[in-house]
Design a protein around this ligand. Structure first.
Ligand SMILES: [Zn+2]
Length: 254
C-alpha cells in the first residue's frame, strides 16, 4: 500500500484534472483534507487488515464490510448488504449508494475478501517506512478500499458529493467467486449497467497510473476448419489453412 495513492485517486475522481495540471482552490483543499485525515485513514487500513477476511471466513468478510459501511454511512450513503444463498458459502457484498443528478454516475469497485484464510500464519499491519506498509491484504485490496473512503470523505467535506450518483460496490468473494456466477455476480452486473463510469481501486502499475484496460479471464473452445490441401499450397491455391485461421482469430482476441 502506497499512501500517496490516496492523493492521486482524489484528484482522479475530479473530471478533467490531471496531476500535472495546476490545481484549483477546491482541489488544493481536497488534498489538504486528505492530509489532515491521514492518521484516521491509516488507522482504518490497520483495523481492516487486522481482521482476517479470507473468502471463506464469512464472519470476517462481514466484519470488514461493517467497518467500511459505518464510514460510508457517515458520508450520506445508503447501505445495503447483498446476501448470497448459504449454499454458496460466501459472505455477500457491501453496497453503498447515493443518488442525484449532478455529473457522471460513478461505480466504485473494491473487494472485502483476501486470499489469506484464518489457518494461514498471521501478518498484522506493520508500517515499514514513510510510504510502505505490510499485512494480509493490505495491497489486495484493503488499501484500495480505504482509498475510496478517504477520497470520498475529502470530497464530502467540500460538499462535492451533494446531488451526485455514486455507488461503492465491495464484493465479498472477489478472490474466489461463488457459483453459479449468475447469482454471485448478478446484482453487481445489473447495478454496474446503471452507471456511466466504473473505477476499480485494486493497485495498478506505479504510483501515478490509472489502467484503462486490463486482462480478464474466460474459458472457450475455438474450432477452425479449412480446405484440406498439400502444405505447399498454403500461400497459393490451398488457402491459409485452419492453423493460420485459428492464429488470426486468437490474435484478434488479443
Ligand atoms: Zn484483489
Amino acid at each position: 500500500m502506497k499512501y500517496k495513492w490516496v492523493f492521486a485517486v482524489a484528484v482522479c475522481l475530479i473530471p478533467g484534472i490531471g496531476i500535472a495540471q495546476s490545481l484549483t482552490k477546491t482541489e488544493q483543499q481536497i488534498i489538504k483534507n486528505i492530509e489532515a485525515e491521514m492518521p484516521n485513514t491509516i488507522q482504518l487500513i490497520k483495523e481492516s487488515v487486522n481482521i482476517n477476511s479470507g473468502t471463506f471466513n464469512t464472519e470476517g468478510v462481514k466484519k470488514v464490510g461493517n467497518l467500511y459501511a459505518k464510514e460510508l454511512e457517515a458520508l450520506g450513503f445508503t447501505i445495503e448488504w447483498v446476501g448470497l444463498p448459504d449454499s454458496s458459502k460466501r459472505a455477500g457484498h457491501l453496497v453503498a449508494y447515493r443518488k442525484g443528478n449532478k455529473g457522471k454516475k460513478l461505480f466504485l469497485i473494491g473487494h472485502l475478501d483476501t486470499v489469506f484464510e484464518p489457518d494461514m500464519p498471521p501478518n498484522p499491519f506493520t508500517i515499514l517506512n514513510d510510504t510502505n506498509a505490510t499485512g494480509q491484504g493490505v495491497n489486495d485490496m484493503k488499501g484500495g478500499d480505504v482509498m475510496v473512503i478517504a477520497a470520498l470523505k475529502a470530497m464530502h467535506k467540500e460538499g462535492l458529493l451533494d446531488n451526485t450518483t455514486i455507488t461503492v460496490y465491495f464484493t465479498g468473494d472477489e478472490e474466489n467467486a461463488g457459483r453459479p456466477r449468475e447469482i454471485s455476480r448478478g446484482d453487481f452486473m445489473e447495478r454496474a449497467r446503471q452507471h456511466d463510469i466504473a473505477l476499480a481501486f485494486e493497485g495498478a502499475e506505479g504510483l501515478h497510473t490509472v489502467a484503462t484496460a486490463r486482462r480478464g479471464a474466460s474459458e472457450w473452445t475455438l474450432h477452425a476448419e479449412a480446405k484440406q490441401a498439400h502444405s505447399s499450397g498454403v500461400f497459393g491455391k490451398g488457402g491459409y489453412g485452419a492453423v493460420y485461421e485459428a492464429a488470426r482469430i486468437i490474435n484478434a482476441f488479443r
